[in-house]
Design a protein around this ligand. Sequence first.
Ligand SMILES: Cc1cc2nc3c(=O)[nH]c(=O)nc-3n(C[C@H](O)[C@H](O)[C@H](O)COP(=O)(O)OP(=O)(O)OC[C@H]3O[C@@H](n4cnc5c(N)ncnc54)[C@H](O)[C@@H]3O)c2cc1C
Length: 379
Amino acid sequence: MHEGFSAEQELFRRSVRDFAAREVAPVAAELDERGEFPMALFRRCGQLGYFGLRYPEAAGGGGGDFTTFCLMVEELARGSLALAAAVSMQCLMGTDFIYRFGSSDHHQRLLAPALRGEKIGAIAMTEPDFGSDLGGLTTRAERSGDDWLLTGRKMWITSATVADFFTVAAKTDPAAGFKGIDMFLVERGAPGLQVGRRIDKLGVRASETSELILEGVRVPADNLLGTPGSGFKNLGAILAEIRTMTGALALGLAEAALAASLQYARERVQFGRPIAAFQAIQHKIAHMATQLEAARGLVQRAAARIDAGRADMRLAAMAKLFASEMANQAADECTRIFGSYGFALEYPAQRFFRDARFLLYGGGTNEILKNVIAKDLGV
Ligand SMILES: Cc1cc2nc3c(=O)[nH]c(=O)nc-3n(C[C@H](O)[C@H](O)[C@H](O)COP(=O)(O)OP(=O)(O)OC[C@H]3O[C@@H](n4cnc5c(N)ncnc54)[C@H](O)[C@@H]3O)c2cc1C
């Protein structure tokens, strides 16, 4: 048992690990090649109760704590980072605003089926010209009687191609900076809403991303999620979770890279010995394993603070920063251990290498996270 986990958490971790090993890892290469949303596996995750894990039972969730949620994310990412990215989006950013601020009608029609995996939720904040600089976003929400009219263009929206509903960030008061940003619920099929170009990506290819275009999309007043002007503040309330969760995704990817490296190093024979007998390879593996444990410690501590009701933005930023860089190094070393076979598409090392890049940007770029950490330290 890992230090700090209850027997129940270990049992749950094992069940997700078994699922990922039996049903996800064997098809990960095929999912990557097809580059299509993994609908069948996504629905399976719904049946297994993963989407509702961090929501209370009263909302149709599993009532799990954030540490347990991170275990689930980590184990799924071991099987396929693309599937884990799509699943974790649905568990957190894709549904959280509706859970916290949606009406009972939204809960019944959208949240409850989303937690069962029968509907899909997405979050649309990034724009073609505004990524890290979210305060500059230009999507507008203007009053029209009791309704709101949304106009703008979004970019990089995970699962937009298949989503049933979107949480869309828009400016209600362009003069008010961050305080002029709100989140709106927009349902698929709303007149003026169009899913645009699908982005062909280097990695996490089965987690589809695309543009989203809003041309005078009319939504009722009820669809403003939260009190007016609170969109950015409400995003801040889950930012530590988003970043810690991204750290957990990185742990899973690194574990997959380490396991593949170990197996290959034991099997590949050169100069009459398995390459695992060479100190150069042993040191790579020792370094990967050590860095992974260090990252795990940070992610667990950040998750524990969230569970204790003391979400720590600095620690969460450190966890995501360290774990994502660690996963990229692990994937890099894995391709080196595989030699030229690390360059071959039929081996998994290159997929880990490509997929790991996503972790550098998801949950905020690592440059921005360093800004957050430095600011918190008073510089
Ligand atoms: C696979 C994938 C899925 C995504 N899914 C979603 C989604 O579902 N919904 C959504 O809204 N967004 C999503 N995104 C978008 C993602 O959140 C943004 O791409 C990310 O925030 C970075 O924005 P950007 O790409 O515009 O980079 P930019 O902000 O343009 O940054 C470019 C470079 O400049 C650096 N930089 C920028 N500002 C500073 C600064 N002040 N100090 C130092 N360095 C700086 C950055 O770190 C980066 O290196 C997704 C992205 C990817 C790759």
